[in-house]
Design a protein around this ligand. Structure first.
Ligand SMILES: [Mn+2]
Length: 278
């Protein structure tokens, strides 16, 4: 049997007053709520399937004047709601149904982007409300990630820590074209400019999709740029290695971002998957 230990932590940082980062952890369960029955009481527990899908997400509001706090909150709230209505409940997932699931995830991302656009349409100061959003759906042992923006998903397979999403910043685009070197990206002003977000003025949305087959002992980290802009990958890896409990790891990660200057809200969501005897 696989057990999941997970937690999340977010800090405002030392410079910002507003909460532009949000996170969400959710268990999707197959359930029938028993309204009334002549059956014995125990039936209630049998109406819940144990097979669960788990949902993890981070969102980060983008843009100075355009209510980034509201954009982030609306995105983090809307996306699980869309999934609730889209994604089939059964904990089991046949291989041939994976593409349908990915289509549902992409559709939920698009609907969330449209929701942000609808919320901001014609409202002065809100026009172009946008958010970075990274979502992981766990159907053990598979992890499906959908992503737009500059938050990140990492796979921690000790001792390695691997970024599994790309940053949708102009600086990364320039790096991909060979204009910038890796070491020129960090700290580059173009690394704060996003070419792809949920909502925003561009109608085209690119939903980056990743699938990972997890192993027992793996961990998955979702985090915002307030963490990765301040704390290098090596340090993140060290913290994950030193702190087995997700609550400790998340706390240490956001503390490290604060200690490094805390220029932005920093958020970490971490899940670790362990094999236990049933
Ligand atoms: Mn940020």
């Amino acid at each position: 049997m696989i057990t999941v230990a997970w937690d999340a932590m977010s800090t405002l940082g030392r410079k910002r007053k507003d909460r532009e980062d949000h996170y969400f952890l959710g268990d999707m369960k197959n359930a029938i709520l028993v309204e009334k029955t002549s059956l014995p009481r125990e039936v209630e527990s049998r109406m819940f399937s144990k097979a669960a899908r788990r949902l993890l997400l981070v969102s980060d509001g983008v843009g100075g004047q355009k209510e980034p706090d509201l954009a982030s909150l609306s995105a983090a709230e809307a996306l699980p709601r869309y999934l609730l209505n889209l994604v089939p409940w059964s904990g089991l997932l046949r291989e041939e149904d994976e593409d349908d699931l990915l289509d549902d995830l992409k559709l939920a991302m698009r609907s969330t982007g449209e929701r942000l656009r609808a919320l901001s349409e014609g409202v002065p100061g809100k026009d172009g409300m946008a958010a970075s959003l990274t979502l992981a759906l766990l159907v053990w042992p598979r992890l499906f990630v959908v992503h737009a923006g500059h938050s990140r998903a990492y796979l921690h397979r000790p001792p390695a820590l691997t970024q599994i999403t790309t940053d949708h910043t102009v600086a990364r685009q320039l790096q991909a074209r060979g204009v910038l070197e890796e070491e020129e990206v960090r700290g580059n002003p173009w690394n704060k400019v996003l070419w792809n977000t949920l909502g925003g003025e561009e109608e085209d949305l690119f939903v980056e999709v990743r699938k990972v087959v997890l192993h027992p002992g793996d961990g998955v980290l979702l985090c915002t740029d307030g963490l990765t802009g301040q704390v290098p990958d090596d340090r993140i890896r060290g913290i994950l290695e030193d702190h087995a409990a997700p609550e400790d790891a998340c706390l240490r990660l956001v503390e490290a971002a604060d200690e490094a200057g805390g220029k932005d809200n920093a958020t970490a969501v971490f899940a670790r998957f362990e094999r236990t005897s049933a």
